[in-house]
Design a protein around this ligand. Structure first.
Ligand SMILES: Cc1cc2nc3c(=O)[nH]c(=O)nc-3n(C[C@H](O)[C@H](O)[C@H](O)COP(=O)(O)OP(=O)(O)OC[C@H]3O[C@@H](n4cnc5c(N)ncnc54)[C@H](O)[C@@H]3O)c2cc1C
Length: 404
């Protein structure tokens, strides 16, 4: 029998949350993360109400909210010079009626620190997994870049949308395609009394401006593969494009003085049709790469981790064979994944492709958006989809009482 119960490849939101929950249930757990720290390009800093609720159920919400963060309670679209309220989170049936904005590395540091209170939890940084160990058609662990072999009774692939483990495991995948990429950059702003996160729809352009207090985190949406052309046209041309797309950014766009300040984030939308094989389970983006539309990927990754722990942690801690239980995790999480990906694909096809790829010019507010302006009650629908998601998970995995 291997010494480890669980090996998790990937220290993103899915991997670290799963690590915390399985270790809490008494499973000897090792998380391997290839980077030296959690500091990486902006990949979403949003902690949604459903995740905040999970932290509350774990008794961690107070400590989490003491860390510096911003709060989004409303989302707005700016179209044809009009402000259209899109989502209002104030009616959500949970205690925390806002999306907390916290740099992802702070969120991961927080989860890893909490997990570190369990003697059953270990996190190793700069540990890149490159292959699986397979014995008698059963995954028995993973091989690291330096050749080290780590064996465990269960391996979780939480290594993100370019997952090496899902590829090595030969898990079948459906690719839904993505017509866009995103250029990310920060621009300075004056601090305002309320958070004014929103999107500006222009002539063939969309810029999402996430209010981070004294700066905007901007997402400039471009057609897939267009970044090279934009780069070749030069920084001056890019600055003018941004100022045209979102005139409110015009006065500050000059602070972009080097391409190093602009990061390309490539968007994909896909999902595995089988999330497991004996000894291995994929969760988070490794099971289903999410588009940034709606900003729900972190949330979904966390929900997967909770469902996996709810179904598997007790049996794993008590030494049971898990093979018949692995499909239950996919069964539980596939439906919300499909619904959210279908919504993201609809936005790709019906909004982003016409606007950003075919360069449509919006001269007036489209009628569905006008309905949001006219009937405030409608704003509760996107608020619920984004804030709580579908088939919300609750902490049901056991607490073995090991916290020190
Ligand atoms: C442009 C863009 C913007 C986004 N914005 C948002 C947003 O605002 N809000 C939101 O909720 N979601 C957003 N998302 C989606 C979100 O980032 C992902 O859905 C979410 O991070 C998935 O979490 P994860 O833990 O499954 O994977 P990841 O966050 O990708 O974590 C995987 C981890 O595994 C590590 N790793 C990879 N390979 C290996 C290996 N071989 N060995 C060891 N470690 C490895 C990586 O370093 C990483 O730490 C965005 C996505 C994109 C592309």
């Amino acid at each position: 029998m291997p010494e480890l119960d669980l090996l998790i490849a990937g220290g993103g939101p899915a991997g670290v949350m799963a690590g915390l929950l399985f270790a809490r249930a008494g499973c000897k757990t090792l998380v391997l993360e290839k980077h030296a720290d959690f500091f990486r390009d902006f990949r979403g800093d949003t902690v949604h109400p459903s995740t905040l609720e999970l932290l509350r159920e774990l008794g961690l919400l107070g400590a989490f909210l003491k860390r510096p963060h911003d709060e989004i309670r409303k989302l707005t679209a700016r179209v044809a010079d009009r402000e259209i309220p899109l989502a209002d989170l104030s009616h959500l049936p949970v205690e925390t009626k806002f999306v907390a904005l916290m740099p992802q590395w702070d969120f991961l540091d927080f989860l890893a620190e909490e997990a570190g209170h369990y003697p059953t939890f270990t996190l190793r940084m700069e540990a890149e997994v490159v292959d699986l160990i397979v014995e008698d058609d059963h995954v028995a662990g993973a091989r690291l870049k330096d050749g080290e072999e780590v064996r465990a009774r269960l391996t979780i692939a939480a290594d993100g949308r370019s997952s090496i483990l899902r590829e090595k495991a030969g898990l079948p995948k459906t690719d839904l395609g993505a017509p866009i990429d995103v250029l990310w950059f920060r621009l300075p702003k004056e601090k305002t009394a309320t958070n004014i996160t929103g999107g500006t729809f222009g002539a063939g352009t969309l810029v999402v401006e996430i209010d981070r207090g004294d700066y905007w985190q901007c997402a400039y949406v471009v057609p897939k593969g267009a970044a090279d052309e934009i780069h070749a046209a030069g920084l001056d041309s890019f600055r003018s494009d941004v100022a045209r797309a979102a005139p409110e950014l015009g006065p500050v766009v000059g602070t972009l003085t080097d391409w190093d300040q602009v990061k390309l984030l490539s968007v994909s939308l896909d999902r595995l049709t089988r999330w497991w094989r004996p000894g291995l389970l994929a969760i988070g983006d490794a099971a289903h790469a999410m588009s940034p539309v709606g900003g729900v990927g972190i949330n979904l990754a966390i929900q997967d981790a909770v469902a996996a722990a709810n179904i598997l942690a007790g049996p794993l801690a008590s030494g049971r064979n898990l093979d018949s239980l692995l499909p239950l995790v996919q069964h539980r999480r596939e439906f919300p994944t499909k619904v959210i990906q279908a919504a993201q694909k609809a936005v790709h096809d019906r909004v982003l492709t016409p606007l950003v790829v075919r360069k449509a010019v919006l001269t007036k507010v489209p009628w569905p958006l006008r309905l949001f302006a006219l009937f405030p009650v409608l704003r509760r629908i996107p608020a619920r989809m984004v804030g709580l998601g579908i088939r919300r998970e609750h902490i049901r995995s056991p607490d073995a009482g090991l916290r020190r």
